[in-house]
Ligand binder design. Structure first.
Ligand SMILES: *[C@@H]1O[C@H](CO)[C@@H](O)[C@H](O)[C@H]1NC(C)=O
Ligand SMILES: *[C@@H]1O[C@H](CO)[C@@H](O)[C@H](O)[C@H]1NC(C)=O
Ligand SMILES: *[C@@H]1O[C@H](CO)[C@@H](O)[C@H](O)[C@H]1NC(C)=O
Ligand SMILES: *[C@@H]1O[C@H](CO)[C@@H](O)[C@H](O)[C@H]1NC(C)=O
Ligand SMILES: *[C@@H]1O[C@H](CO)[C@@H](O)[C@H](O)[C@H]1NC(C)=O
Length: 293
């Protein structure tokens, strides 16, 4: 995914006083076994995060895993690491984000927690970013050195020292907006290279159903040339209900065609201000009518 990474989205405005740090413990990373046939294998990262923000100590476990083409890949880092979106950690309103060039012994990590400040009754988003590396005492790695010699994408594991922890200083911002960052994603199967998908709908943010005011979308998976995915992120107020459709067109804007069938409908959930909402990923529904311009 190629979303622009915004650690401090536009919906956030004012800085507020410092809060308690995030304590990261029990972190471990795993890089898959090399596989001579080049099958996909699974990278993993897992850690516990604790903070006492919002008036209570809360701890949760964060983890994700993803596939990489392990053996045939010469890069010494993951090519398919998920980047640019927050990965929920389950309980306690924590989430985390990974970044490009992830390798198990050397990577960047951002952690975010949202909580309500009892004193001001404001919702606070606290964010911290750090770089972790086996060149410090933070991570002990066991990476197969023989594989490193002829296939850099060697398998291994890294672990935080027993009882070790890392304390991340947070930056906090209050939510002063009613908008949720709303994510649209759609994939198309293309006849012509360079075709693209744009988005139009019933509210001003989506061009009030005017194809000439459609929202442009950017390709989020350039490696999938035959069936790219297009994404857009828009700020839309919580509680807003709208209808929308995608339009396929040539790169120069000609040959516009509606999606077929009924309009898509969505309501931005209440209490989603300053959060991220995904309206859902789907395929472009072909067979719709051409748009006369
Ligand atoms: C949270 O835990 C720390 C360390 O265990 C303790 O010092 C602190 O008093 C706790 N805070 C709350 C609000 O429970
Ligand atoms: C440290 O991590 C890097 C990147 O993952 C790796 O290439 C290197 O072998 C590791 N070194 C040790 C001593 O674990
Ligand atoms: C560790 O990561 C940083 C940032 O991505 C990079 O500049 C550096 O070269 C990496 N070091 C090693 C040993 O891979
Ligand atoms: C944090 O955000 C989630 C999702 O937006 C929401 O459900 C939850 O109520 C928020 N937590 C707090 C303490 O504000
Ligand atoms: C880790 O901490 C616990 C509790 O403080 C202690 O009982 C245990 O011995 C420690 N383990 C190591 C390996 O230091």
């Amino acid at each position: 995914m190629m979303w622009k990474t915004l650690l401090l989205p536009a919906a956030f405005c004012s800085f507020v006083a410092a809060y308690s740090p995030f304590i990261i413990k029990n972190l471990n990373t795993h890089q898959p076994n090399g596989n001579p046939d080049g099958q996909t294998n699974y990278y993993r990262i897992q850690f516990d995060v604790t903070s006492s923000n919002g008036g209570a100590n809360s701890t949760t476990t964060c983890q994700t895993f993803w596939g990489d083409n392990s053996w045939l890949q010469t890069e010494s880092y993951s090519m398919a690491v998920p980047t640019g979106n927050w990965i929920a950690c389950g309980a306690n309103d924590f989430r985390f984000q990974l970044f490009p060039y992830f390798s198990i012994g050397n990577f960047s990590l951002a952690v975010q927690q949202n909580f309500t400040d009892a004193a001001t009754n404001q919702e606070i988003f606290a964010t911290a970013k750090t770089h972790m590396s086996n060149s410090t005492s933070t991570l002990n790695c066991d990476i197969n050195p023989e594989e490193v010699m002829y296939q850099q994408h060697a398998h291994g594991d890294c672990n935080m020292a027993s009882n070790g922890s890392v304390s991340l200083q947070v930056e906090t911002e209050a939510c002063n907006s009613r908008d949720a960052t709303t994510i649209f994603e759609v994939s198309g199967s293309f006849d012509n290279n360079g075709e693209e998908i744009v988005l139009v709908g019933s509210i001003p943010e989506l061009g009030n159903w005017s194809p000439t005011k459609a929202v442009s979308m950017s390709v989020t998976n350039p490696q999938s040339a035959g069936a790219p995915t297009f994404g857009a992120r828009l700020e839309i107020a919580e509680g807003t209900s709208f209808e929308y459709k995608y339009i396929m067109q040539e790169a120069d804007g000609s040959g516009k065609t509606w999606e077929c069938c009924e309009n898509r409908v969505y309501t931005i959930p209440a209490n989603s201000a300053c959060g991220e909402i995904n309206v859902g990923s789907d395929w472009f529904r072909g067979g719709g009518s051409p748009i006369q311009t």
